[in-house]
Structure formats: structure tokens, C-alpha cells
Design a binder for this molecule. Sequence first.
Ligand code: GUN
Length: 285
Amino acid sequence: MSTIIDGKAIAAKLRAEIAAQVKKLQTQGITPGLATVLVGEDPASEVYVRMKGNACQDVGMHSVKHTLPAETTEAELLTLVDRLNNDPTIHGILVQLPLPKQINTDTVLEAISPAKDVDGFHPYNVGRLMVGKPTFQPCTPYGIMVMLREAGVDLAGKEVVVVGRSNIVGKPVALMCLQQHATVTICHSKTRDLPSKVRAADVVIAAVGIPEMIKGEWIKEGAVVIDVGVNRVGEKKLVGDVEFAAAAQRASAITPVPGGVGPMTITMLLHNTLEAAQKTVASTR
Ligand code: GUN
């Protein structure tokens, strides 16, 4: 039976440390501020943005939510981003994705000041990640790396298989594992014989968004399993991308859904926002 990597507990510990750092920064006259921008009425995005705002308040940060109608033009959104770039009370800017069709996502992400890009999606920060330089790391992959560290997993020389190649999770987490000296394979919908790839993995990171597509019997005995999937099945039940019960029989450690990677994502957003605010102090001294 495997150890459950408790994302909720790790997140709670980190959030307490962040709250203490926020207090310290406030003694220097700075309250870290996050602006969230939601365009349209996607119900899942509304929930995420609300959770991000609440999390800020819980650690004593300032948060401002901008909700724009679905028919907002790209120019209107860019005007708001420009205003936030120049607002000294705002240290982090998060434009919730996906954006409506009339808006070019790349144009908007590139308009966010790299110094306020707490999502780590600006090509400047993506490039720095690629070459292993300090940068804002995208929140979900960053949360995964913290969980692996907290679980005592040393990636050097390990075979890591990432299933999923999104810009938000799959690609950046692969780069971060490479940076920690793992041998990384990125699998996707065109990969031939996925089961054999997963069977060879010491660490499996599943980020595909398909309920339980990674079968428990594919997991190597003693492997570590990180499940990024949050898939709603039926009215209430949430399942990951991995068949949890069967995988847990074989894995040495595994993240649950819910209560695994999910709570870490927002925690790392708080971490990045704190860091953005701390840098403004450092740069004005
Ligand atoms: N949509 C899904 N995940 C994310 C995320 O991490 N950041 C933003 N901005 N939008 C998202």
C-alpha cells in the first residue's frame, strides 16, 4: 500500500509560512496585491478566480477581482492589463484562461509585465524556465515539484513519464524535472503504446484531463504517481486521470484527487505574488 501525498496538508503549511512573510512585508509598508481578471462567465473559471481571491485574503494579501463581459474586446482587455502593469498596489496579475474567441491569448499574456507575471506564462519567463534561470514558475508544475520534494523524492537519474503536453502543466513540469536531473519522457495523444511508457516510469505525472485513463496495472511497483486531473463524473464525484485504488496498490506514493495537486496550485500563486512584492522592496533599496 502506498503513502498518500497530502497536498492539503503541505499547502496549509506553506500558506502559514506565506502569511508570516506577508506580515513581515507589511511592517515595511507593503501589502502584496494580486489582480485577477475574468472575462465571460465560464462557471469553472468563476470558481477558480473566487478561490484565488479568498486564498489571498486568508494570508493577508490584497486582491482585486476584475470581471469583464464575454463580449469584451482584446483592446479593452489590453487597456486593463496596461493599467494593472502600472498600478503600484498590484504585484501580480492573473488573467484567467481560457479567454473568449475574439481575444488572442498570446497577445494578452505577452502584454502582462514579466515582473507581475505570477502565472509564469509570459514568453520571457517561459524562456528563463527553459534555460534554467530563476523565474516565476507556473503554479501547478511548481506545486508538483514542491510535493515531490516534501515526499522526499530525489529525481536525479529517475525515469519520469509526463502524460500530457500542455503549456500550463505538461511541458513546464517536464522541464522542471529535467532541471532536477531526471530522464524525462513526454507522452501525448499520438504516443504509441502508452502503457509500456508508463510501466517503465519511476515517477508518473498525469495531466491529460481524461477520467482514470492511466490504469493502475500500468504502474510499476514502487513508482511515485502524481495525478493532476480533476474530472467530474456524475453529479458530485471527482476523479483524477489515474485509476486511484488500483494504482495505490502498486505505487510507493500517490497524490489523491481531490486533496492532492489542486490545493498546491493556488498556494504557489500566493508564493509567486509574495515574491513579486518582495522584489519591489529589493529593487527600491
Ligand atoms: N486556467 C486553468 N489553469 C490556469 C492557471 O493556472 N492560470 C490561469 N491564468 N488560467 C488557468
